[in-house]
Design a protein around this ligand. Structure first.
Ligand code: MG
Ligand code: MG
Length: 262
């Protein structure tokens, strides 16, 4: 089994620098999301922005993935392709992106509503983001991986939602996907110990209905088994004593959404 790469303080700052470019890219994407926009345009904007800021889109060509963003619409969970699809009022859109800057990787996802979405979708977005925050709160020295998953699962299921089990969070930094796996489900006090120097992507994928997913023939897209919507929020996080250090940021996205009144 490959081992966990524990990062030095200097390496964590390099990952943060990458994550800041990523957070700004998400902000640019947020500005552009509106009815009438094609999802491929979001992809192209993000790729240009990342390169203009000295980075490389981490997803492009990763394992053969053909785009810089994963764009997963409505009942799609993750790993959807940007396309000529034209966004319309009521769509739910998860955008996942990665940046490599100075050889260090950051990974972060955000789920957007296009115009007005239905009440179930609004609740799903709110609860999934809360799941991320609850998971991050457990990413401290002395806890175990299972404490993160337990916090996410408990909150999602309490609200009547399904937790995707087939896909999980992961270590990140020197590569896009490292050890350990960070499931969105688990038992309190189970799994490996969280220690200083661990950098992990915490990424709840929560379904508005059943937990089950299906994998498409395109080799990438994952959607809900029952056609209900799915939401996905992700941060790159350094495990610390007392309080996790969130390296990626939604600050730029939140500022744009505030201006848009969303
Ligand atoms: Mg991601
Ligand atoms: Mg990830």
């Amino acid at each position: 089994m490959p081992k966990i790469h524990y990062k030095s303080a200097e390496e964590i700052e390099l990952i943060r620098a990458s994550a800041v470019v990523l957070g700004k890219a998400h902000g640019e994407i947020a500005k552009m999301i509106a009815p009438g926009v094609r999802t491929i345009e979001l992809n192209n904007l993000a790729e240009t922005f990342i390169r203009d800021n000295g980075g490389i889109p981490a997803f492009l060509n990763y394992g053969g993935f053909p785009y810089s963003l994963c764009i997963s619409l409505n009942n799609q969970v993750v790993h959807g392709f940007p396309s000529d699809y034209v966004l319309k009022d009521g769509d739910l859109l998860s955008v996942d992106a990665g940046v490599i800057l100075n050889n260090y990787y950051a990974d972060s996802a955000f789920t957007y509503s296009v115009g007005e979405v239905d009440e179930l979708t609004k609740k799903l977005m709110r609860v999934t983001r809360e799941c991320l925050d609850l998971g991050i709160a457990k990413a401290v020295v002395g806890n175990r991986i299972g404490d993160i998953g337990y916090a996410v699962q408990e909150h999602a299921e309490k609200n009547g939602f399904g937790v995707v089990k087939e896909l999980v969070g992961h270590g990140v930094g020197l590569n896009l996907h490292e050890k350990p796996e960070v499931p969105n489900y688990g038992k309190r006090g189970s799994g490996i110990k969280l220690e200083e120097g661990m950098v992990i992507a915490i990424e709840p994928m929560i379904n508005g209905g059943r937990a089950g997913v299906k994998f498409w023939d395109d080799g990438w897209t994952v959607s809900t088994i029952d056609g209900k919507p799915s939401a996905h929020y992700e941060h790159t996080v350094a495990v610390k004593k007392g309080k996790a250090d969130v390296l990626s940021t939604f600050e730029y996205v939140d500022n744009v959404l505030k201006e848009k009144n969303q």
